[in-house]
Design a protein around this ligand. Structure first.
Ligand code: DGJ
Length: 699
């Protein structure tokens, strides 16, 4: 029984020795929790496993056909598992470890449960021990199965997308049978996020019961949501390393540990579910913890590969004047990198572009009062590089098969220790020899021809690759603990709770057009807090600079425009926005986020951030399209103290928190284009935004 702040999660051993879920939902007194269910099965076609909410179902024994968490083959060819509970231990106040053992073979499974009471979250992972003297082959090793209450038909909220177009929120009624979301790409992928939320179809942003969760893994992953008839509709959600083409040989005496999955319950709707994950990520996951990030400048969209010392210096000088705190030089700085056809792998400064190395530029950037950041793509290599010419065998490939390039590059086999060591060595030298405080770690393709792990089991590549990437991160972070890392994979292709143990931020999308970005940011915010959401103001699109700043100020503000082309007026405006952002950034990045009106598919949206102590906040309102004559929606603010008094910039007078939250307010966003129709006058035009600070005032 795990009692959290507002919810309870109970499991128990039934008479047959199976570990089953007893309850997950609103907090209940211990004595009200149902006993661990037993089952005789149903008819001759379904055994007990089919009817029980098993916490970690293993495949093979009995008439169970539900999605299992574990599937294995023993050395003698037996492929049936029969796991029963053999013990449990409590570790301090927060951890519970349940031991399962096969009833014949020396295979042990430790289920770890870690409670996060204040956020109503449970974290689970599994270690599989081979206590025998012959190897065991794992063919599926998920992290957990989650059981929302039976008897309901659930709607699954999930996130889908593609490159340049990530983070679409979808809400689909779960059909009977199995729904599967996954990545087969060796990376998290742009296509789906390893996140889910279940509700009965009636939850909203601030109301309704929601069961939600995510997987902390940056490689191929799978989520299965299975609905069966039993108990008038049972829903099981499993998450873990993808078992597609996966296998893992556990040698005698060895173990395999899965990544963690975290899940929670709330009755505060999708907004509260997001805020629980935001708090968890900031407080328990991120390497630098609860901290806000600097305003950065990134050179990519301004210069592409045309990077050199004078050009970067010119940009840095303007950036510093605007108030930027961190100057990041993107792709194009290293040997032979004049385009995307060459250079990846050769991580020394290009001598034509930087004849005296990087030091003069870094010194200048530092003298301007900014930190210096750099772009790298450690997992990739161009065939046209010294590295590939020296080590053609270091890439992921199969013999006798073409090595398919994407963006003219191949993937280094990060599963191999020598490749990890090489990567650690050059990254360590780069960071050790230069004053670098930020690294953008990019990865611009997914796997093809997934060969190249030559151990006992070739299909371990899928996991060993990600473990290798994590090892490089861990080693480099330990040696350079002050460096802030950003995870990027062509935008949001590697965004998950696993990479956030190593990287502090995520580059959410390569799409920086602000109207598109509003929806992208909203989708991203389902899972991730604003502090990890790097958001640049660029030259993409045609919308006003004010609108672009307002959008990007909803995350960790950056600028990625060609500053050399900005007019004095644009620079003046930018300077003012950056100054304002510095005043509100802690509220935005570290406060509570409320999606007041949705941006995806709507022409008028609003998002509010409130400081944790409810002393201040900021309201962002966006008009992307409202037909005239427009009626402006009423916004009901959130997160205020009922009886405290607050002012809102641009509106007269202080009102109580209760009044702003219950009576609401309107922010009519009008443009200057006037259309008269008879005696009526309309101001038409879209793409206007407002940023309004909220302040608690005495009285
Ligand atoms: C993809 C990233 O998402 C961009 O921001 C940029 O860094 C390019 N790669 C550079 O090649």
């Amino acid at each position: 029984m795990l009692h959290l702040h507002r919810s309870s999660y109970a499991l128990g051993v039934n008479r047959a020795g199976f570990l089953v879920n007893r309850y997950w939902g609103a907090r209940l007194p211990t004595e009200s929790i149902p006993d661990a269910a037993d089952s005789e099965g149903w008819a001759s076609f379904n055994g007990p496993g089919q009817l029980l909410p098993e916490e970690y179902p293993a495949w093979g024994s009995g008439l169970s056909y539900v999605e299992p968490c574990l599937k294995a083959t023993f050395a003698d060819g037996v492929r049936a598992l029969d796991l029963r509970v053999v013990g449990a231990e409590v570790n301090g106040e927060r951890e519970l470890i349940i031991q399962l053992r096969d009833n014949h073979y020396p295979l042990r499974v430790s289920l770890l449960y870690r409670a996060h009471p204040t956020h109503d979250l449970i974290e689970r992972s599994v270690t599989i021990h081979n206590d025998g003297d012959t190897p065991v082959r794992l063919e599926r090793a998920f992290s957990a199965q989650w059981h929302p209450p039976a008897g309901h038909s659930y709607r699954l909220s999930h996130l889908t997308g593609r490159w340049l177009d990530e983070w679409h929120i979808r809400r689909d009624r779960l059909p009977h049978g199995t729904t599967r979301l996954e990545s087969r790409r060796i990376m998290t992928g742009h296509q789906h996020s390893s996140w889910f939320a279940l509700d009965d179809g009636g939850a909203g942003e601030e109301t309704g019961e929601v069961w939600f969760g995510a997987l902390a893994w940056s490689g191929s992953w799978a989520l299965t949501a299975e609905v069966t008839d039993f108990e008038s509709q049972m829903t099981r959600v499993s998450l873990g390393v993808n078992d597609w083409d996966f296998a893992w040989q556990v040698p005698p005496g060895d173990t395999f540990t899965t990544p963690a999955t975290i899940a929670g319950w709330t009755d505060g709707g999708f907004g509260a579910a997001s805020r629980a994950l935001h708090d968890h990520i900031r407080e328990d996951v991120l390497p630098h913890g609860v901290t806000s990030h600097n305003v950065l400048y990134n050179s990519w969209e301004a210069t592409l590969f045309d990077v050199d010392e004078p050009g970067q210096t010119a940009l840095a000088e303007i950036a510093a004047d605007l108030g930027v705190e961190l100057f990041v030089m993107d792709d194009g700085w290293f040997k032979g990198r004049h385009h995307d056809r060459a250079g990846l792998g050769d991580w020394s400064p290009d001598t034509a572009k930087f004849p005296h190395g990087l030091k003069p530029l870094i010194d200048r950037v530092n003298a301007l009062g900014m930190g210096f950041g750099i772009w790298v793509e450690p997992e990739m290599v161009n065939p046209d590089s010294d590295l590939y010419r020296a080590h053609p065998d270091w890439v992921i490939h199969f013999p006798n098969r073409e090595r398919t390039t994407a963006r003219n590059q191949l993937m280094l086999n990060m599963a191999r220790e020598e490749v990890q060591d090489y990567t650690i060595q050059w990254l360590d030298a780069l960071l050790g020899n230069h004053k670098i405080s930020f690294v953008k770690w990019d990865a611009n393709r997914n796997v093809s021809e997934p060969g190249g792990w030559y151990g006992e089991e070739a299909r371990e590549l899928w996991v060993r690759y990600t473990q290798g990437v994590y090892r490089v991160f861990e080693t480099i972070r330990a040696r350079h603990p002050h460096v802030v890392f950003q995870s990027c994979s062509g935008g949001g292709g590697r965004a998950d709770l696993g990479i956030l143990r190593h990287a502090d931020q995520i580059w959410v999308s390569d799409n920086t057009e602000p109207a598109a970005r509003l929806g992208i940011q909203e989708g991203f915010s389902q899972v991730f807090p604003a502090s990890v959401m790097e958001a640049w103001v660029t030259d993409a699109g045609t919308l006003s600079l004010d609108f672009r700043f307002a959008v990007s100020m909803c995350g960790a503000l950056g600028i990625g425009a060609n500053l050399l082309k900005w007019s004095d007026e644009e620079r003046r405006k930018a300077k003012a926005w950056v100054a304002l952002y510095k005043q509100i950034r802690d509220v935005v990045q570290l406060g509570d986020q409320y999606r007041l009106l949705p941006a995806q598919g709507q022409g008028y949206s609003a998002v509010q951030y409130m400081a944790k102590d409810a002393s201040e906040g900021v309201l962002f309102v966006f008009r992307t399209h409202l037909a005239e004559p427009a009626t402006f929606p009423t916004l009901y603010l959130r997160g205020m103290k009922d009886d405290a008094r607050y002012t809102i910039e641009g509106l007269d007078g202080a009102r109580s928190g209760a009044a702003w939250m219950r009576a609401g307010l309107q922010v009519p966003l009008k443009s200057e284009i006037v259309w008269t129709h008879g005696t009526m006058e309309y101001r038409i035009g879209d793409f206007t935004a407002a940023v309004r600070r909220i302040a608690r005032v005495p009285g």
